[in-house]
Design a binder for this molecule. Structure first.
Ligand code: GRF
Length: 198
């Protein structure tokens, strides 16, 4: 595993990032698309941080320049000699050039049992659909959002009276165990392969 440089992409509270750091995932960089608590967690841990602010690329409206934003993210990741990208609550869908630059080198954690409930509102939708069981999925990210090959899944029961917040927190408890473990396993697999082109 030595030498593999992981970048974690974040937008939120960073509790999954925190779990990855606690599990000794070799995080070399934390990159955010907005100011967020996850950047503070990274800074406190002495990890390099980069903010590629969406606001500078048109923000959250129709004018958002996804290609230019993705180009900048890709450039920053390459400048930090990143081998593996792990999205952990990253709130921007990235465009093709990132997937071309890191083929089979982008992981994601999703708070549902994919292919059920893809997208940003997975927990709300599972609850609204009356699902009795949901869970989390770690998968390879591809250009099609939340559709890449599944690496691992774990079920989480929906309990009577669950709110979105309570259910999401229980799912995240699961993600905090599963994602670091699967990421480390994936790194071990990479270590047996030829180095990726930089
Ligand atoms: C996780 O549930 C992740 O799957 C989703 O956003 C959440 C991130 O949580 N996409 P945190 O910011 O790490 O606490």
């Amino acid at each position: 595993m030595a030498g593999v440089r992981v970048a974690v992409l974040v937008s939120g509270t960073g509790s999954i990032l925190d779990a990855m750091l606690g599990a000794d995932v070799p995080v070399a960089l934390v990159l955010a698309d907005r100011s967020c608590r996850a950047l503070e967690i990274a800074g406190a841990a002495g990890i390099d941080t980069e903010l590629v602010d969406r606001e500078a690329y048109g923000g959250f409206g129709a004018g958002f320049d996804r290609q230019a934003f993705t180009g900048k993210v890709t450039e920053v990741l390459k400048a930090h000699d990143i081998d593996l990208v792990a999205m952990a609550g990253f709130g921007t869908v990235l465009a093709g050039p990132l997937f071309d630059a890191f083929p089979d080198r982008i992981l994601n954690t999703h708070p549902a049992l994919l292919p059920a409930f893809p997208g940003w509102h997975a927990v709300d939708e599972a609850l609204a659909a009356g699902a009795e069981v949901t869970g989390c999925t770690v998968h390879l990210a591809t250009l099609e959002t939340d559709a890449g090959p599944v690496l691992a899944q774990e079920e989480v029961p929906v309990l009577p009276g669950d709110t979105v917040q309570a259910l999401h927190e229980r799912i995240k408890q699961c993600e905090r165990q599963l994602y670091p473990r699967v990421t480390k396993d994936y790194i071990s697999t990479l270590a047996t392969q030829a180095p990726s082109p930089r």
